[in-house]
Design a protein around this ligand. Structure first.
Ligand SMILES: Nc1ncnc2c1ncn2[C@@H]1O[C@H](COP(=O)(O)OP(=O)(O)OP(=O)(O)O)[C@@H](O)[C@H]1O
Ligand SMILES: [Mg+2]
Length: 256
């Protein structure tokens, strides 16, 4: 894959850089990222598209030098994250839009997508250097007892992953399908809440949780039941900076 010389970085993270390449966007991973993760993300994107979700068109999966990369068609627009920062008075309105889109994703089915419970069980088991055996056992028991659903779950449904196109009347586009599974929408909501909290947006996180439960018709306790499980799974991602907060969420014993 040949990327243009005049590309500009949209975001730079410890394991990847996302570039604006003009008509396309290239997500270029560092050389240590396993190729199976990149292929899985691209596969999830295409499975979500097949399920009927509005995602950016996949152009290519390949190598840029030594690095694996995913190339998608660029959507001209702003993310809900940008819109929220530009107009903080409209945060509630944008959160409601986020929730409608999230519930719409949950209303879709993708029978070939990985199973959420399998994924979280694997991640919790992998966090053996951070969680002791008793903590892992407790989380795995809780996970096992959660209701089995087959909703399409994005797994990182945060405002920066929703693009509102500039084009009048065009539908919002959902990016970043690396963590998608089929499973329980309550887990997806718990992840969004955690990521907002980890982003230092406590007020927005609480507001989001409240609005989500109101719209979905479930209790906050129901979503909170997932909180320790998803926090335990997130620890397996080696989130060093967020380690203490995630661990405090794991240790919250009973919400009901
Ligand atoms: N096809 C696209 N068109 C326009 N902008 C895009 C497109 N894909 C990604 N972006 C922009 O790049 C940003 C980062 O991309 P993406 O969300 O895929 O990576 P990431 O958040 O680093 O991934 P992860 O959550 O897996 O760490 C998005 O928030 C969005 O602003
Ligand atoms: Mg993202």
């Amino acid at each position: 894959m040949q990327l243009p010389k005049d590309k500009t970085a949209i975001v730079t993270r410890h394991n990847k850089v996302v570039y604006d390449c003009g008509d396309t966007v290239a997500k270029v991973f560092n050389a240590t990222k396993p190729s199976s993760d990149i292929v899985n993300e691209a596969l999830n994107l295409t499975r979500a598209e097949q399920a009927g979700i509005n995602v950016p068109e996949l152009i290519e999966v390949g190598k840029s030098g030594n690095n694996w990369a995913i190339l998608t068609k660029k959507v001209e627009g702003k993310t809900l994250r940008q819109l929220m920062s530009e107009d903080p008075e409209k945060v509630d309105e944008y959160l409601k839009q986020l929730i409608e889109l999230e519930l719409d994703v949950h209303a879709h089915r993708a029978p070939l997508m990985n199973r959420q419970k399998d994924k979280y069980a694997r991640m919790i088991a992998d966090a053996s250097d951070i969680l002791d055996e008793a903590q892992r056992y407790e989380l795995l028991m809780r996970l096992d007892g959660m209701p089995n659903h087959i909703k399409l779950c994005h797994g990182d449904f945060v405002p920066s992953n929703i693009i509102i196109p500039d084009e009048e009347g065009a539908k919002p586009v959902i990016v970043d399908w690396a963590h998608a599974t089929q499973g329980n929408g309550g887990a997806d909501c718990a992840i969004t809440y955690l990521h907002l909290m980890l982003n230092g947006e406590q007020d927005i996180a609480e507001r989001y949780l409240h609005l989500y439960c109101e719209r979905q018709g479930c209790t906050v306790n129901y979503v909170q039941g997932w909180m320790s499980i998803v926090a335990g799974a997130e620890l397996a991602r080696g989130r060093v900076a967020e380690h203490d907060y995630l661990l405090s969420m794991v240790d919250v014993v009973d919400y009901v």
